[in-house]
Design a protein around this ligand. Structure first.
Ligand SMILES: Nc1ncnc2c1ncn2[C@@H]1O[C@H](COP(=O)(O)OP(=O)(O)OP(=O)(O)O)[C@@H](O)[C@H]1O
Ligand SMILES: [Mg+2]
Length: 248
């Protein structure tokens, strides 16, 4: 599959359209090009993995398209909004309303129960949690029976699934995950990857996941490989179907 250029491979169904992204960092007198003319579109309701060697720009790309960091030049349209050039305040709002994050460290608040952690972002933005959605998510994620427990009473895999539920409950346009299985053993990692996959197949969620792990990347519909700040490979995998012809 060809690497997307500024003009190819886009459809109106893209939830992210990034064009000619450049991000440079100054290190002393040297300049590091963390992103070097990256153009890529991400379709809705798909699972995209971003892989590549350490230092290739994976986290930088994710942080820029998620509005956590700014680019040096280029354009990012996220869910219909051009986010380059937005003020910090506007970016905060875009992040809060349209983006969910899952990080390697689960970032749950230890004094709150799993349920309280899940609904916290909605509560903080003045909303009221949609109880039916929370129940459905917890059912899908297999944590419905653990909701009254605090993070310390949960396994790593359960904590990460709580973090996934927390990210999904605000119905983000895109869920970004940076090494979501990095702190988990392989079994818990498999559980979390299965849940991310189900959020795409069952809930129509768009997921973009940064990972070092080729096995984790196999859960995705598409694998973008970065090297030296560029997209060097863009592979679309045929969606696996079960005997009933359903997606995985
Ligand atoms: N704040 C910063 N200041 C200076 N250079 C930075 C900064 N953040 C990242 N870089 C540089 O930009 C390049 C890309 O970094 P990035 O963190 O995106 O890589 P990565 O692919 O996520 O790596 P890893 O797999 O190790 O997480 C690297 O050369 C890195 O040293
Ligand atoms: Mg990284």
């Amino acid at each position: 599959m060809a690497v997307h250029t500024a003009d190819r491979g886009r459809t109106p169904d893209d939830v992210i359209t990034a064009t000619a992204l450049v991000k440079t960092y100054r290190q002393g007198t040297a300049e590091v090009r963390a992103l070097d003319e990256v153009s890529v579109g991400v379709r809705r309701a798909r699972f995209t993995a971003v892989v590549g060697p350490s230092g290739s720009g994976k986290s930088t790309l994710m942080h820029c398209v998620a509005g956590l960091d700014t680019v040096t030049s280029g354009s990012i349209v996220l869910d219909g909004t051009e986010i380059t050039g937005l003020s910090d305040r506007q970016l905060t709002r875009v992040r809060r309303e349209r983006i969910g994050f899952v990080f390697q460290s689960f970032n749950l608040l230890p004094q709150l129960t799993a349920y309280e952690n899940i609904v916290l972002p909605v509560a903080m933005s003045g909303g009221r949690p949609d109880r039916a959605l929370v129940d459905h998510l917890c059912e899908v994620l297999g944590i419905a029976h653990r909701l009254s427990h605090r993070p310390a009473e949960l396994s790593g895999g359960q904590q990460q699934r709580v973090a996934v539920a927390r990210a999904l409950v605000a119905r983000p346009a895109v869920l970004f995950a940076d090494e979501p299985t990095g702190n988990l053993d392989s079994r818990a990692g498999t559980e979390v990857l299965t849940m991310l996959r189900r959020s795409v197949d069952d809930l129509g969620q768009t997921v973009v996941m940064v990972t070092h792990d080729p096995a984790a990347a196999r859960y995705a519909d598409r694998v973008l490989t970065l090297a030296d700040g560029r997209v060097v490979k863009d592979e679309h995998t045929a969606p696996a179907t079960d005997v009933m012809g359903r997606r995985r």
